[in-house]
Design a protein around this ligand. Sequence first.
Ligand code: ARG
Length: 474
Amino acid sequence: MTDSSASSTPSAASHKLWGGRFAGGPSPLLDAINRSIGTDFRLWPHDIRLSQAWARALGEAGVLTREESGALRAGLARVGQRIADGAQPQPTDEDIHTMIDRLLHEEAGSVASKLHTGRSRNDQVATASRLWTMAACRDLDAAIRTLQEALLSQAETLTDAILPAYTHLQRAQPVSGAHALLAHFWPLERDRTRLANASRGAATLPLGSGAIAGSAFAVPRTLLQEELGFAAISQNSIDATGDRDFVAETLFTCTMTAVHCSRLAEDLIIYGSGEFGFVRFGDGFSTGSSMMPQKRNPDVFELARGSGARVLGDLVSLLGTIKGLPSGYSKDLQDDKRALFNAVDLLHLVLPAMAGAVAELRFDRARMRAAVSSAMMATDLADYLVKKGATFREAHGAVGSLVRQAEEAGIEMDALPASAFASAHALFGADARDALAAEASLAARDIAGGTGPNAVAAQLAQAREALTAASASA
Ligand code: ARG
C-alpha cells in the first residue's frame, strides 16, 4: 500500500487504497464515475471471508507473524459484525473493498495495512464475485423450486381436466390439464441444471493472481481454495483476473429462467382472457382498473413477461462489456456486478410472485372442456383409418373432406351423417365416431411423454421426484 496516510490511523475522508503516486487528489468528477459501492456493497460477507483466508495464507507463507495474522482475522470478524449491525459506507468509500479496509484500520490499527500484501483488488473482486455467484445460484435454485412446486400442485389436481393444446395458437389436439401445466415445469428443471453448471463454472479460485501476473509471495493457494470452498484453482493469472465467463453463464441461465416465466405468464394471460376463460386469477394476485370497475387484471404475469426483457438486457449488456476488452482487468469489468445483481434481484421478485399467483389460479374445467371441438380429433379419425388398413395420406384426405363438410354445415364432425363417413372412405365403420371422443384421443397417447393418463401419472411422479430429490440434498 503506497498511501502513507493509510498506515497511520486514516480519516474517513482520506482513506484510499491508492493515490501515493499522484501529486493532487482525484477530481470529484472522477470519484463520481468511479465509485461502485452503491452496487458492490452486498459483496461484503464474501470479501470479509476471502480476506480472512488471505490473512491466514499470508501467515502460512511467513509474510505475517501468527499474531498479525490472528489480529487481522479477528479484526475482520469485528468489521463483519459492524456491517451486519448496520454500518454504512462513507460517501468517500470507493468500493466495498475500500470500506472494509477503512473499518479494519479502525478495528485492528496499523496491522491492517499489511493485509493487502501480494494481492490486488483485481483478484479480490473476482474472488468475491465468484463466491457471491455460487451462493446466488443456490438461492435461485430454491426460488425456482417454489414455482415448480406451485405448478406441480396445480397439475396434480388437473389430471382428468381436458383442454385444447395449441400450435400456431390454433386449436390443435386435446391434452390433460396436468400435461399442459407440466409443460412449464420441465423448462424450469433444465434451468436448475444450468444453475448448477453456472455455479460449477464460478467455483475456480482467482485469489493469488494479484493484479495480473500472480502474487510474488508464496501464499498456499490450495489452502485458500479449501477454506473458501472452491473446486479448482485458476491456471493463468491473466485469464483469472479478466475472466467473467461465470457472470455470462449465470446471466444466460437467469435469462432462460426469465424467458420460461414469460412464456408461462403468456399462456396464463391468454387462458384468463374472457374469450378463453380457462382460468381465474386469485384476488391476491389480481389488480383492478382505476376506470373500469369490472376489471381483473393479471399484472403479476404481465410484469413477469416484461421482466424477461430486462434480464435479457442485463445479459446483452454484460456480453457487450466483455466483448472488446483486452486481456487482464479493465475498469469496464466493474459493471459486471450491476448486470448480475439486477438480473438476480429481478428473478427474486418474479419467481415468488409467479409461484404465489400460480398457487391461487382457479381452473374452469367446464370452459376448458367446452373449447375442445370434434375437429381437434381429426388426426385420431385418420389414425382410425390407418389401423383399418388405409395409408396415412389417403386417410388424411378422407378426413379432410369430412372437416370441410362439417365446417360448411356449421356443425361438429360427430354430427355428420353416417352416409358422409361412408362416402368419404370405404373403411369407415359404425364405430368411426368413437374416434372423435376427446377422452379416446388422450387414452390413445399413453406413450412415454404423451398426454395419456398413465403417461401423465408417470410424469407427475417424475416431477415430484425431481423436487423431493432436490430438497433432500438442499
Ligand atoms: N470496484 C472494482 C470492481 O468492481 C474493484 C477492482 C478495482 N481494480 C482496479 N484495478 N481499479 O471491478
